[in-house]
Design a binder for this molecule. Structure first.
Ligand code: IPE
Ligand code: IPE
Ligand code: MG
Length: 262
């Protein structure tokens, strides 16, 4: 998880190599969250069915996951299926379910090799048993890995997550005066994880689409016109380089340089 780990993986004298040398490894975003969007448009541009866009999107998932792990990002969250995505035609929904299963089966060894701990964030009780079996297998197989946390947001809704956390607080008998932001945060799927420092959305859309509403309170947002199936290591590196130029204030003011001896 260092400059060397990335350089041995990217082609020599490449754009990626140039970008990774610009990164300050002491100031990496601890948590990167991505709204993977634009698969349908990618397919439409090629006169292909939407399914081909979703299939092609898997390469982008693979690339981003491996790069994030090699860089030393602590948490990567990818938004793969929202609660609202059930509105899509049944054939598309079922393809997305099969792709998730296939991805988990094919990529589990890569996750193990990179010491990645997999977790699903979202409501699993509405998923079919075969999808749940595959998800649970990946979660338990990687449970003892100590490297990057990899969350897949699947059947996820930020609002539903907040409501469920409120229900859990009530069920646990937490008194109103005992509830604060820390305790509430510990009832969310992302309990114990840092909030996203960097939120990426592909395909140029400027919206959050019900993603991690609580956790992105102070995330830096980076939007690219690149469609998800075209998203590669280079784009993630560009996002991190740009993120490191930002001035995060959290509502305060920019610290002024101290002038000595005047
Ligand atoms: C993102 O691509 C994948 C999912 C939401 C599952 P889309 O399928 O939303 O692609 P566009 O936005 O229609 O291009
Ligand atoms: C957001 O993409 C959800 C995922 C990436 C899974 P959508 O394509 O569903 O979002 P909208 O409908 O454009 O807001
Ligand atoms: Mg979309």
């Amino acid at each position: 998880m260092s400059l060397e780990d990335v350089l041995e993986w990217v082609p020599e004298r490449s754009v990626e190599g140039e970008l990774v040398r610009q990164i300050d490894f002491d100031r990496l975003p601890a948590h990167v969250a991505v709204i993977m969007d634009g698969n349908g448009r990618w397919a439409a541009q090629r006169y292909l069915p939407r399914a081909e866009g979703h299939r092609a999107g898997i390469d982008a998932v693979r690339d981003s996951t491996e790069l994030a792990a090699r860089l030393g990002v602590k948490v990567l969250t990818l938004y793969a299926f929202s609660v609202e995505n059930w509105k899509r035609p049944a054939a598309e929904v079922s393809l997305l379910m099969s792709l998730l299963k296939r991805y988990l089966r094919l990529e589990i060894e890569t996750l193990m090799r990179h010491d990645i701990r997999f977790q699903m964030i979202g409501r699993d009780d509405e998923l079919s048993p075969d999808v749940r079996v595959e998800l649970n297998a990946a979660v338990s197989r990687t449970a003892n890995n100590a490297g990057m946390r990899f969350n897949i947001a699947f059947n996820y809704s930020g609002r539903a997550e907040i409501v469920e956390a409120a229900r859990r607080a009530i069920a646990a008998g937490i008194l109103p005066e005992e509830l604060d932001e820390n305790r509430f945060g510990a009832l969310l799927h992302t309990a114990g994880q840092p909030d996203p420092d960097l939120l990426i959305r592909t395909s140029g859309e400027m919206r959050v689409s019900n993603f991690l509403l609580w956790q992105i309170a102070y995330s830096e947002i980076w939007v690219t016109d690149t469609l998800w199936p075209d998203f590669r290591a280079r784009h993630l590196l560009e996002a991190i380089v740009d993120y490191q130029k930002r001035d995060r204030r959290y509502g305060g003011i920019k610290p002024q340089p101290v002038v000595v001896g005047r």
